[in-house]
Design a protein around this ligand. Structure first.
Ligand code: FES
Length: 326
Protein backbone atom coordinates (compact mmCIF):
# COMPACT_ATOMS: atom_id res chain seq x y z
CA UNK A 1 0.00 0.00 0.00
CA UNK A 2 1.27 3.47 -0.82
CA UNK A 3 2.00 5.63 2.23
CA UNK A 4 -0.66 8.19 3.01
CA UNK A 5 0.52 11.79 2.61
CA UNK A 6 -1.06 14.38 4.83
CA UNK A 7 -0.81 18.15 4.59
CA UNK A 8 -0.09 19.60 8.01
CA UNK A 9 0.88 22.91 9.60
CA UNK A 10 4.56 23.76 9.78
CA UNK A 11 4.69 23.59 13.61
CA UNK A 12 2.99 20.22 13.61
CA UNK A 13 5.35 18.99 10.93
CA UNK A 14 8.37 19.88 13.05
CA UNK A 15 6.76 18.30 16.10
CA UNK A 16 6.08 15.14 14.08
CA UNK A 17 9.72 15.06 12.96
CA UNK A 18 10.88 15.15 16.56
CA UNK A 19 8.43 12.46 17.57
CA UNK A 20 9.54 10.21 14.75
CA UNK A 21 13.18 10.62 15.68
CA UNK A 22 12.41 9.54 19.24
CA UNK A 23 10.34 6.59 18.05
CA UNK A 24 13.24 5.28 16.04
CA UNK A 25 15.94 6.00 18.60
CA UNK A 26 17.11 2.80 20.25
CA UNK A 27 17.04 4.40 23.71
CA UNK A 28 13.50 5.69 23.38
CA UNK A 29 12.07 3.08 21.02
CA UNK A 30 8.30 3.22 20.54
CA UNK A 31 6.51 0.08 21.76
CA UNK A 32 4.13 -0.73 18.93
CA UNK A 33 2.54 -3.68 20.76
CA UNK A 34 1.63 -1.40 23.62
CA UNK A 35 0.31 1.15 21.16
CA UNK A 36 -1.97 -1.44 19.53
CA UNK A 37 -3.29 -2.39 22.96
CA UNK A 38 -3.64 1.08 24.53
CA UNK A 39 -4.15 3.25 21.45
CA UNK A 40 -3.95 7.04 21.57
CA UNK A 41 -3.34 7.24 25.33
CA UNK A 42 -0.06 5.42 24.92
CA UNK A 43 0.97 7.64 22.00
CA UNK A 44 0.16 10.82 23.93
CA UNK A 45 1.97 9.61 27.06
CA UNK A 46 4.92 8.61 24.92
CA UNK A 47 5.05 12.01 23.20
CA UNK A 48 4.82 13.87 26.54
CA UNK A 49 7.62 11.82 28.02
CA UNK A 50 9.96 11.98 25.06
CA UNK A 51 9.23 15.22 23.23
CA UNK A 52 8.06 17.36 26.16
CA UNK A 53 4.81 18.81 27.46
CA UNK A 54 2.05 18.88 24.85
CA UNK A 55 0.02 22.04 24.52
CA UNK A 56 -3.66 21.68 23.51
CA UNK A 57 -2.87 22.18 19.83
CA UNK A 58 -0.29 19.36 19.82
CA UNK A 59 -2.74 17.05 21.62
CA UNK A 60 -5.39 17.90 19.08
CA UNK A 61 -2.90 17.27 16.29
CA UNK A 62 -2.07 13.77 17.59
CA UNK A 63 -5.70 12.86 18.19
CA UNK A 64 -6.73 14.20 14.79
CA UNK A 65 -3.96 12.20 13.20
CA UNK A 66 -5.20 8.96 14.68
CA UNK A 67 -8.80 9.61 13.75
CA UNK A 68 -7.86 10.69 10.25
CA UNK A 69 -5.72 7.69 9.48
CA UNK A 70 -7.99 5.03 10.94
CA UNK A 71 -6.88 1.59 9.97
CA UNK A 72 -3.24 2.50 9.41
CA UNK A 73 -3.05 3.86 12.93
CA UNK A 74 -3.82 0.53 14.45
CA UNK A 75 -1.39 -1.23 12.15
CA UNK A 76 1.66 0.79 13.10
CA UNK A 77 2.50 4.18 14.53
CA UNK A 78 5.93 4.59 12.98
CA UNK A 79 4.77 4.38 9.34
CA UNK A 80 1.91 6.61 10.40
CA UNK A 81 4.18 9.41 11.52
CA UNK A 82 6.61 8.61 8.75
CA UNK A 83 3.90 9.29 6.18
CA UNK A 84 3.86 12.93 7.22
CA UNK A 85 7.22 13.98 6.05
CA UNK A 86 9.32 14.11 2.93
CA UNK A 87 13.00 13.24 3.03
CA UNK A 88 15.30 15.58 4.92
CA UNK A 89 16.92 18.32 2.92
CA UNK A 90 20.61 19.12 3.02
CA UNK A 91 22.53 22.36 2.69
CA UNK A 92 25.91 22.32 0.99
CA UNK A 93 27.14 25.30 2.99
CA UNK A 94 25.87 27.50 5.76
CA UNK A 95 23.86 30.37 4.24
CA UNK A 96 24.29 33.99 5.25
CA UNK A 97 20.96 35.15 6.57
CA UNK A 98 20.09 38.69 7.57
CA UNK A 99 18.12 38.65 10.83
CA UNK A 100 14.79 40.44 10.46
CA UNK A 101 11.83 41.14 12.72
CA UNK A 102 8.35 39.71 12.14
CA UNK A 103 7.65 42.48 9.59
CA UNK A 104 10.73 41.51 7.58
CA UNK A 105 12.69 44.60 8.66
CA UNK A 106 16.35 43.99 9.56
CA UNK A 107 17.06 44.10 13.29
CA UNK A 108 19.52 46.81 14.35
CA UNK A 109 22.05 45.45 16.81
CA UNK A 110 22.28 48.61 18.91
CA UNK A 111 18.50 48.58 19.44
CA UNK A 112 18.24 45.08 20.88
CA UNK A 113 17.16 45.43 24.52
CA UNK A 114 19.84 44.27 26.95
CA UNK A 115 19.02 41.21 29.13
CA UNK A 116 15.54 41.01 27.68
CA UNK A 117 13.82 37.90 29.08
CA UNK A 118 11.34 38.22 26.21
CA UNK A 119 14.15 36.95 24.12
CA UNK A 120 14.24 37.26 20.32
CA UNK A 121 14.04 34.10 18.28
CA UNK A 122 14.99 33.38 14.69
CA UNK A 123 15.35 30.19 12.65
CA UNK A 124 18.75 29.04 11.39
CA UNK A 125 20.06 27.26 9.42
CA UNK A 126 16.85 25.34 8.57
CA UNK A 127 13.15 25.60 9.12
CA UNK A 128 12.26 24.93 12.75
CA UNK A 129 15.81 25.41 14.03
CA UNK A 130 14.79 28.12 16.48
CA UNK A 131 17.61 30.16 17.95
CA UNK A 132 17.88 32.64 20.83
CA UNK A 133 19.29 36.09 20.05
CA UNK A 134 20.41 37.70 23.30
CA UNK A 135 22.08 41.03 24.04
CA UNK A 136 23.97 40.15 27.21
CA UNK A 137 24.37 42.69 29.97
CA UNK A 138 25.29 43.17 33.61
CA UNK A 139 22.84 43.49 36.50
CA UNK A 140 22.29 47.17 35.60
CA UNK A 141 21.48 46.29 32.00
CA UNK A 142 24.70 47.70 30.58
CA UNK A 143 25.87 45.57 27.65
CA UNK A 144 28.90 43.41 28.44
CA UNK A 145 31.47 41.90 26.13
CA UNK A 146 31.16 38.12 25.94
CA UNK A 147 34.70 36.84 25.34
CA UNK A 148 35.70 33.79 23.31
CA UNK A 149 36.05 30.58 25.28
CA UNK A 150 36.45 26.85 24.92
CA UNK A 151 33.28 24.96 25.75
CA UNK A 152 33.35 21.50 27.35
CA UNK A 153 31.07 18.77 25.98
CA UNK A 154 30.35 16.60 29.05
CA UNK A 155 29.26 13.72 26.81
CA UNK A 156 32.71 13.33 25.25
CA UNK A 157 35.07 15.28 27.52
CA UNK A 158 36.17 17.28 24.45
CA UNK A 159 35.96 21.03 23.92
CA UNK A 160 35.16 23.34 21.01
CA UNK A 161 35.79 27.01 20.36
CA UNK A 162 33.13 29.64 20.95
CA UNK A 163 34.12 32.98 19.35
CA UNK A 164 32.29 35.31 21.77
CA UNK A 165 29.74 38.08 21.21
CA UNK A 166 29.34 40.50 18.30
CA UNK A 167 27.84 43.95 17.84
CA UNK A 168 28.89 47.41 19.04
CA UNK A 169 29.71 46.04 22.52
CA UNK A 170 30.52 42.46 21.48
CA UNK A 171 27.61 41.48 23.69
CA UNK A 172 25.22 39.77 21.26
CA UNK A 173 25.11 35.97 21.11
CA UNK A 174 22.91 33.37 19.46
CA UNK A 175 22.25 29.85 20.77
CA UNK A 176 19.91 27.08 19.73
CA UNK A 177 16.61 27.42 21.63
CA UNK A 178 15.99 23.66 21.42
CA UNK A 179 17.09 21.98 24.65
CA UNK A 180 19.83 19.46 24.02
CA UNK A 181 18.28 16.95 26.41
CA UNK A 182 14.93 16.05 24.82
CA UNK A 183 14.19 19.05 22.67
CA UNK A 184 11.92 21.30 24.74
CA UNK A 185 11.52 24.77 23.25
CA UNK A 186 10.48 28.22 24.54
CA UNK A 187 8.70 28.99 26.80
CA UNK A 188 9.88 25.83 28.60
CA UNK A 189 13.50 26.82 27.94
CA UNK A 190 14.02 30.34 29.23
CA UNK A 191 16.64 33.04 29.85
CA UNK A 192 17.22 34.39 33.38
CA UNK A 193 19.17 37.69 33.46
CA UNK A 194 21.88 38.67 36.00
CA UNK A 195 19.52 40.62 38.27
CA UNK A 196 18.65 37.28 39.87
CA UNK A 197 22.25 36.26 40.46
CA UNK A 198 23.75 39.39 42.04
CA UNK A 199 24.55 39.16 45.78
CA UNK A 200 21.24 39.15 47.64
CA UNK A 201 19.35 38.38 44.39
CA UNK A 202 16.01 36.60 44.69
CA UNK A 203 15.63 33.03 43.41
CA UNK A 204 13.27 33.28 40.44
CA UNK A 205 9.97 31.43 40.91
CA UNK A 206 10.51 28.92 38.14
CA UNK A 207 14.20 28.20 38.67
CA UNK A 208 14.71 25.21 41.02
CA UNK A 209 16.96 26.11 43.99
CA UNK A 210 19.40 23.35 42.99
CA UNK A 211 19.91 24.93 39.54
CA UNK A 212 20.21 28.38 41.12
CA UNK A 213 22.85 27.15 43.57
CA UNK A 214 24.74 25.32 40.83
CA UNK A 215 24.79 28.54 38.78
CA UNK A 216 26.05 30.57 41.75
CA UNK A 217 28.71 27.97 42.54
CA UNK A 218 30.24 28.16 39.04
CA UNK A 219 30.03 31.98 39.06
CA UNK A 220 27.41 32.15 36.30
CA UNK A 221 26.05 35.67 35.77
CA UNK A 222 22.84 34.51 34.09
CA UNK A 223 21.43 31.22 32.86
CA UNK A 224 19.29 29.57 30.24
CA UNK A 225 17.19 26.97 32.04
CA UNK A 226 14.86 24.27 30.72
CA UNK A 227 11.83 23.57 32.91
CA UNK A 228 11.12 20.21 31.29
CA UNK A 229 13.75 18.24 33.22
CA UNK A 230 16.09 20.87 34.68
CA UNK A 231 18.99 21.37 32.25
CA UNK A 232 20.83 24.66 32.82
CA UNK A 233 23.24 26.45 30.46
CA UNK A 234 25.65 29.37 30.87
CA UNK A 235 25.09 31.97 28.09
CA UNK A 236 28.14 34.00 29.16
CA UNK A 237 30.35 31.00 28.38
CA UNK A 238 29.13 29.55 25.11
CA UNK A 239 25.96 28.01 26.66
CA UNK A 240 28.13 25.48 28.50
CA UNK A 241 26.30 22.93 30.66
CA UNK A 242 25.80 23.93 34.31
CA UNK A 243 23.33 21.19 35.28
CA UNK A 244 22.07 18.09 33.45
CA UNK A 245 20.39 15.95 32.47
CA UNK A 246 21.74 17.36 29.20
CA UNK A 247 25.26 16.24 28.37
CA UNK A 248 25.58 18.67 25.47
CA UNK A 249 25.87 22.48 25.46
CA UNK A 250 23.47 24.49 23.31
CA UNK A 251 25.15 24.95 19.90
CA UNK A 252 25.84 28.54 18.91
CA UNK A 253 25.12 30.32 15.64
CA UNK A 254 28.01 32.42 14.38
CA UNK A 255 26.85 36.02 13.89
CA UNK A 256 28.30 38.80 11.75
CA UNK A 257 27.65 42.43 12.63
CA UNK A 258 27.89 45.02 9.85
CA UNK A 259 29.03 48.25 11.59
CA UNK A 260 27.89 50.35 8.61
CA UNK A 261 24.26 49.27 8.75
CA UNK A 262 24.08 47.90 12.32
CA UNK A 263 22.45 44.78 10.82
CA UNK A 264 23.13 41.27 12.07
CA UNK A 265 23.63 38.17 9.97
CA UNK A 266 23.59 34.50 10.92
CA UNK A 267 26.47 33.06 8.94
CA UNK A 268 27.63 29.69 10.22
CA UNK A 269 27.80 27.04 12.92
CA UNK A 270 30.69 25.14 14.44
CA UNK A 271 30.73 21.54 13.25
CA UNK A 272 32.86 20.58 16.26
CA UNK A 273 29.99 21.48 18.56
CA UNK A 274 27.21 18.95 19.05
CA UNK A 275 24.59 19.56 16.34
CA UNK A 276 21.14 20.96 17.08
CA UNK A 277 18.96 18.49 19.01
CA UNK A 278 17.54 15.76 16.73
CA UNK A 279 19.98 16.51 13.90
CA UNK A 280 22.82 14.34 12.73
CA UNK A 281 24.36 17.47 11.18
CA UNK A 282 23.45 21.14 11.30
CA UNK A 283 23.40 21.06 7.51
CA UNK A 284 20.46 18.63 7.46
CA UNK A 285 16.92 19.41 8.48
CA UNK A 286 13.20 19.27 7.90
CA UNK A 287 12.99 21.96 5.24
CA UNK A 288 14.76 25.04 3.89
CA UNK A 289 14.01 28.41 5.41
CA UNK A 290 11.25 30.35 3.66
CA UNK A 291 13.86 32.95 2.69
CA UNK A 292 16.25 30.42 1.24
CA UNK A 293 16.59 30.17 -2.51
CA UNK A 294 17.48 26.65 -3.56
CA UNK A 295 18.90 27.79 -6.89
CA UNK A 296 21.25 30.46 -5.62
CA UNK A 297 21.67 28.92 -2.14
CA UNK A 298 21.11 32.38 -0.75
CA UNK A 299 18.43 34.01 1.32
CA UNK A 300 16.61 35.98 -1.39
CA UNK A 301 16.67 39.33 0.31
CA UNK A 302 20.40 39.27 0.82
CA UNK A 303 21.20 39.48 -2.87
CA UNK A 304 21.81 43.15 -3.46
CA UNK A 305 23.30 44.92 -6.46
CA UNK A 306 26.80 43.76 -7.25
CA UNK A 307 26.60 40.70 -5.04
CA UNK A 308 27.09 37.24 -6.42
CA UNK A 309 25.34 34.17 -5.06
CA UNK A 310 28.70 32.85 -4.00
CA UNK A 311 29.04 35.81 -1.63
CA UNK A 312 26.07 34.50 0.27
CA UNK A 313 27.28 31.45 2.06
CA UNK A 314 30.01 30.54 4.45
CA UNK A 315 32.44 27.81 3.61
CA UNK A 316 32.47 25.14 6.27
CA UNK A 317 35.44 26.04 8.40
CA UNK A 318 38.00 23.40 9.11
CA UNK A 319 37.86 22.95 12.86
CA UNK A 320 39.53 19.54 12.70
CA UNK A 321 37.45 16.42 13.26
CA UNK A 322 33.78 17.30 13.50
CA UNK A 323 31.72 16.33 16.53
CA UNK A 324 31.37 12.59 17.09
CA UNK A 325 28.61 11.90 19.59
CA UNK A 326 29.67 8.49 20.86
S1 FES B 1 14.21 18.73 27.45
FE1 FES B 1 14.85 17.78 29.27
S2 FES B 1 15.87 19.35 30.32
FE2 FES B 1 15.23 20.28 28.51
Amino acid sequence: MNPVKIIIKRDDFIFAKRLLWKMRNKETRFDEKKFMKEGKDYLIDYAEKNVGPLDPSKRAFLKGLLIGIGVIAVASAVPLINSLNPEEVTLKKFPWMIIVNSDGVPIEASKIPVNDPEILLFEYPMLGDITFLINMGDENNNPVEIPPTNVLIPQTGKTYYFPGGVGPHKSIVAYSAICQHLGCTPPEIHFYPPQYFKPGGVVPDFLPPSAYQAAISVGAKSVIHCDCHGSTYDPWHGAAVITGPTVRPLPYVQLYWDPNTDYLYAISMNTNAPPIMDHTSDLEGAAYLDSYNENTECPKFLLSKGKKPTDCYTKIQDYGNPFQGE
